[in-house]
Design a protein around this ligand. Structure first.
Ligand code: SF4
Length: 62
């Protein structure tokens, strides 16, 4: 599974990048991006938490 950030929905609040820096990082445009690699089992769990906590539902895991 992989994590994705919908740039159209992200408001750059930095919640995901603060809580799960191994999965999400901020880009120069001030919006978050997810790593492109396949997520480990633990990372899938963390990414699901990020899905639930993102205020704009910009994150997906599939
Ligand atoms: S939590 Fe959501 S809105 Fe905030 S930076 Fe991450 S993807 Fe963007």
């Amino acid at each position: 599974m992989k994590a994705f950030v919908d740039k159209e929905a992200c408001i750059g609040c930095e919640l995901c990048t603060t809580d799960y820096p191994e999965i999400f990082s901020m880009e120069d445009d001030g919006l978050a991006v997810a790593i492109e690699a396949e997520l480990s089992e633990d990372q899938v769990s963390d990414a699901q938490e990020a899905v639930d906590s993102c205020p704009t539902e910009a994150i997906s895991v599939k």
